[in-house]
Design a protein around this ligand. Structure first.
Ligand code: UDX
Length: 445
């Protein structure tokens, strides 16, 4: 929304949320206090806020004034009832639709921005029509393809913008209204228009196929470790095939983030609902492989440390699900830490952007042990050297650039010997570390 406001100074964009603290943070004079860390975001907010970009808790007033409304609420995986652990929870989307229907007195275009299961637009439309005051609603699907850490750049120069709408005249008019907004800064060629269902399914499909690439290379990484092949060399060699391409072939401790797992589970759930068991099993395997990769990494730490980490200090570098974000949702670090804690390790975490509170909340959420125990066994520190001091092993879980430039000599001197490094992102200079005396283990090496 901030980028739309930046690119269209004549359009008034109001972002509303029921959470007053969040809105206050978006309105904070100090742009370092914005609720989301994302490179380039504070510059965009600085330019547009107060001009045509506003943040407010007055949801009814914003609905009343708007011609177009984007529903951008959370759609987490259901944690209860039918579809628990798989289906998307549409509670917040439904609440939004009901509120829009109740308040709207003039025609509106309602845009699904949240990632939603296929045919959700139909439910939104049904609620709007049934609850509404007879005003005309058009429902569009406009899935978000930005990746965290590069969100602003992705929005400024998207590979494509996808807009799905009804195929009748009114539907096409609504589609055109949204096309006209994006066309202010995106090539018309890169704006794809489809029917609503194709647009909804494309988002799930794009994430499923991206995640599948990561799971594919991670599956090969396990084979490399057994056979003596090097996964980076394989990724390079196959990535040069223009039909395959080089992106999303970086072997890792496992993918995380708010989208991949959730969207694939969603796809699996939908396929099962349609009775497509083989299709569901096929996509589910991407998740099974990812869980295996996280577990395999943690198990390898235990095995290398002479089959026990009980009472041993292990430093985790990185907690975010990838670099340049403070988002930790589904981060591999959470599961690796949990595994090591079950083995009675003492965990010291350093991440340049993630707060201690978040790390404890992530572990508490798993319910593996009491909150007191998580706080007793896990220390979150402000410098990497504190984390590594007297540690038996260091595990790199996020590919933050700064990890490459640490004084590894100093780290080595202060660690217990033999000093192990488990590089879950293959980002460190293995030759240099081995030279210093470390026992270095990467992924797929
Ligand atoms: C993803 C999609 O890329 C984006 O289009 C969609 O809108 C939201 O979901 P995001 O979750 O921000 O974006 O991160 P992404 O860059 O896709 O990475 C996802 C996970 O895969 C991260 O944990 C990342 O570290 C991991 N990954 C990615 C790898 O392990 N190897 C790779 O080669 C690429």
């Amino acid at each position: 929304m901030a980028v739309i406001a930046q690119k269209c100074p004549d359009i008034k964009v109001t972002v509303v949320d029921i959470n007053p603290q969040r809105i206050a943070a978006w309105n904070d004079d100090d742009l370092n206090n914005l609720p989301i860390y994302e490179p380039g975001l504070k510059e965009v907010v600085a330019e547009a806020r107060g001009r045509n970009l506003f943040f407010s808790t007055d949801i009814d007033a914003a609905i009343d004034a708007a011609e177009m409304i984007f529903i951008s609420v959370n759609t987490p995986t259901k944690t209860y009832g039918v579809g628990k652990g798989m289906a998307a929870d549409l509670k917040y989307v439904e609440l939004c639709a009901r509120q829009i229907a109740r308040v709207a007195k003039t025609s509106k275009i309602v845009v699904e921005k949240s990632t939603l299961p296929v045919r959700t637009a139909q439910s939104i439309r049904t609620i709007l029509t049934a609850e509404g005051n007879g005003v005309n609603f058009q429902v569009l699907s406009n899935p978000e393809f930005l990746a965290e850490g590069t969100a602003v750049a992705d929005l400024h120069k998207p590979d494509r913008v996808l807009i799905g709408g009804d195929q009748d005249v009114e539907g096409q008019k609504a589609v055109q209204a949204l096309v006209d907004i994006y066309a202010r800064w995106v090539d018309r060629d890169s704006i794809i228009t489809t029917n609503v269902w194709s647009s909804e399914l494309s988002k799930l499909a794009a994430n499923a196929i991206l995640a599948q690439r990561v799971s594919s290379i991670n599956a090969l990484s396990a084979l490399c470790e057994k056979s003596g092949a090097d996964v980076d060399e394989i990724a390079h060699a196959i990535g040069r095939d223009s039909r395959i391409g080089s992106k999303f072939l970086k072997a890792s401790v496992g993918f995380g983030g708010s989208c991949f797992q959730k969207d694939i589970l969603n796809l699996v759930y939908i396929a099962r609902n349609y009775g497509l068991t083989e299709v569901a099993d096929y996509w589910e395997q991407v998740i099974i492989m990812n869980d295996y990769q996280k577990r395999r990494f943690a198990a390898n730490i235990v095995k290398s440390l002479f089959n026990t980490v009980s009472g041993k200090k292990i430093a985790l570098l990185g907690w975010a699900f990838k670099k340049d974000t403070n988002d930790t949702r589904e981060s591999a670090a959470i599961y690796v830490a949990d595994y090591l804690l079950n083995e009675q390790a003492e965990i010291w975490v350093y991440d340049p952007k993630v707060e201690a509170e978040q790390i404890y909340a992530d572990l508490d959420y798993l319910n593996s042990r009491s909150e007191e125990e998580n706080r007793r066994l896990v220390k979150v520190v402000q410098t990497p050297y504190e984390a590594m001091h007297e540690a038996h092993a260091v595990a790199v879980l996020t590919e933050w650039d700064e990890f490459k430039t640490y004084d590894w000599q100093k780290a080595y001197e202060n660690m217990k010997k033999p000093a192990f490094v488990f590089d879950g992102r293959n980002v460190l200079n293995s030759a240099e570390l081995k030279e210093l005396g470390f026992i270095y283990e990467g992924i797929g090496k």
